[in-house]
Design a binder for this molecule. Structure first.
Ligand code: SF4
Ligand code: SF4
Length: 174
């Protein structure tokens, strides 16, 4: 029917006339980003403020753009000091491979998307500098404590009721 297209066009026109604006007055207004948005890589910290990074280098090796770099000093007792954990944010493609690779949940894809700078050198930044690296032992202890707390909070296996029906093997009550 030739009028169907006309009616459909009017319907779309009316719908667009009646709906509110979908633009925002950035930077005065900002949209809330979806939870899974991937923007600049950022370091994560323990509750006491110490960095979670153990300087294991896994993220450095996994980055396809080769833009992560760790300068580490290892002491005689094998503890590590991060002199510099650099990140060339201007060359980052926000793929998230470094975050997925990190075995210690020490970095994240943040929602920090306002990355424009006026000086090119600012496109390279330090994720960490002059801090002691976390030990793998500390991570293991925290993981064990969290697991124990989760098990304690979980409902325990349902106890067998006194009047429960005997199982097939329960033939000694005859
Ligand atoms: S998000 Fe991708 S490109 Fe950016 S630092 Fe991580 S691995 Fe490299
Ligand atoms: S951020 Fe994660 S993967 Fe990278 S060095 Fe630190 S602990 Fe290792």
């Amino acid at each position: 029917m030739w009028g169907a297209g006309l009616i459909n066009g009017l319907r779309i026109t009316m719908r667009n006339m009646l709906r509110g604006p979908i633009t925002v007055m950035y930077p005065y207004e900002k949209l809330e980003l979806p939870e899974r948005s991937r923007w600049a890589v950022r370091s994560k910290y323990f509750e006491d403020g110490d960095p979670r990074c153990t300087a294991c280098m896994a993220c450095v090796r996994s980055c396809p753009d080769h833009i992560l770099d760790l300068e580490v000093t290892t002491a005689e007792d094998k503890s590590k000091h991060i002199d510099r954990f650099s990140y060339e944010v201007g060359a980052c493609m926000m793929c998230g491979l470094c975050v997925e690779t990190c075995p210690f949940d020490a970095i994240e894809m943040s929602h920090d998307y306002e990355l424009a700078v006026t000086d090119a050198p600012l496109l390279s930044e330090d994720l960490l500098a002059d801090v002691d690296a976390a030990s793998a032992k500390r991570h293991r202890e925290l993981k064990a404590a969290a697991q124990a707390a989760a098990e304690a909070a979980a409902p325990s296996a349902a106890p067998v009721a006194d009047d429960a029906a005997p199982t097939e093997k329960g033939g000694d009550d005859a």
